[in-house]
Design a protein around this ligand. Structure first.
Ligand SMILES: CC(C)(COP(=O)(O)OP(=O)(O)OC[C@H]1O[C@@H](n2cnc3c(N)ncnc32)[C@H](O)[C@@H]1OP(=O)(O)O)[C@@H](O)C(=O)NCCC(=O)NCCS
Length: 287
């Protein structure tokens, strides 16, 4: 049984680990205080030679989705987006379902304020399972942790025409100076890394882009990234968040923001009602 006091372990015990998602793969036990993320290849299920743009979601992807999710998938104009959405949700459901010891199809989600998806369940350890999702092109990033809010963003590296204007509008004066000091050829990737960091923080808050402002100094990354998360430089700590960065694939950047403070009040309430934890299935977070 996981103890709630461990779920509030000090920030420096957090070890965000990035793994490759394989459908049906074992999902190791999630340690309290641990944050884990999976990279999902959204086109991986395509048969050899299949047309990435025209193949529809298959039965297996759709089977675990709710009616709402199937409806949402159907509303995408392009088959590619319908399939990728279904693939991403099915991976999310499988990951969370394995961690909770429950069937993927049985999970229910709800939207918090401004739309951040969360699990729709009561207080207690299983209620303190947090996740966030990002997708870009053929990749998705799914991060999961216990008791701490988190946000992720994944972006395919590409030139952003409006980068200078966005920096001027939504980055702090210190960040604007730092951006101006970055050599021209390095700016497109530095911008996207700065953007990805900010979006991860905003998604952690649950605000999404509606919260975009020059409030959180996340900075721009110019040091080399690795496929695993490493602390963002120069500031790993952007109160109240801790920030990590990775390049999960060549040509992609990812950022992960994890709340550095104690677990949310709702989790404390859950701890006080520890009887609810006792009611969880035997190995709730250990498949
Ligand atoms: C959420 C948001 C940041 C997505 O940005 P994006 O770069 O296009 O997408 P990403 O791939 O990084 O993230 C998408 C995922 O974030 C999650 N998400 C949605 N709303 C979220 C929120 N408010 N906070 C955190 N995560 C959110 C979802 O899981 C979503 O996946 P899904 O589309 O498969 O359901 C952006 O759409 C947004 O800001 N939306 C909500 C706020 C808003 O401006 N609403 C307008 C009316 S007030």
């Amino acid at each position: 049984m996981i103890r709630d006091d461990l779920a509030s372990a000090a920030p420096d015990v957090l070890h965000p680990i990035l793994r490759e998602w394989q459908p049906g793969a074992d999902i190791p036990h999630l340690e309290p205080g641990e944050v884990r993320a999976w990279i999902v290849e959204l086109d991986a299920a395509l048969p050899p030679g299949a047309d990435v743009d025209s193949l529809e979601p298959c039965g297996a992807e759709l089977a675990v989705l709710s009616d709402d999710e199937r409806g949402r998938a159907a509303r995408f104009v392009r088959a590619r987006e319908r399939r990728r959405f279904a693939q991403c949700r099915s991976a999310l459901r499988e990951i969370l379902g394995r961690l909770l010891g429950e069937p993927a199809a049985s999970l229910r989600f709800r939207a918090a304020a401004v739309g951040k998806p969360e699990l729709d369940r009561g207080p207690g350890i299983s209620g303190s399972l947090r996740f966030n999702v990002s997708h870009s092109s053929e990749l998705a990033l799914i991060a999961v942790g216990l008791g701490r809010e988190l946000g992720v963003d994944l972006e395919r590296l590409r030139p952003i025409g409006e980068a200078e204007r966005i920096v001027a509008s939504f980055f702090t004066p210190a960040e604007q100076r730092a951006f101006a000091a970055i050599a021209g050829p390095d700016r497109p990737s530095a911008f996207l890394r700065g953007w990805t960091r900010k979006e991860a923080v905003l998604k952690g808050f649950g605000m999404g882009l509606s919260g975009l402002s020059a409030q959180h100094e996340t900075g721009f990354g110019t040091t080399e990234l690795t496929p695993q998360f490493t602390p963002a430089r120069p500031s790993h700590r952007v109160d109240p968040w801790m920030l990590w960065e990775a390049a999960p694939r060549p040509g992609f950047v990812a950022a992960l923001a994890v709340h550095a403070g104690p677990p949310a009040d709702s989790d404390r309430a859950g701890a006080a009602r520890s009887a609810a934890d006792d009611a969880l299935p035997a190995p709730p977070l250990r498949p």
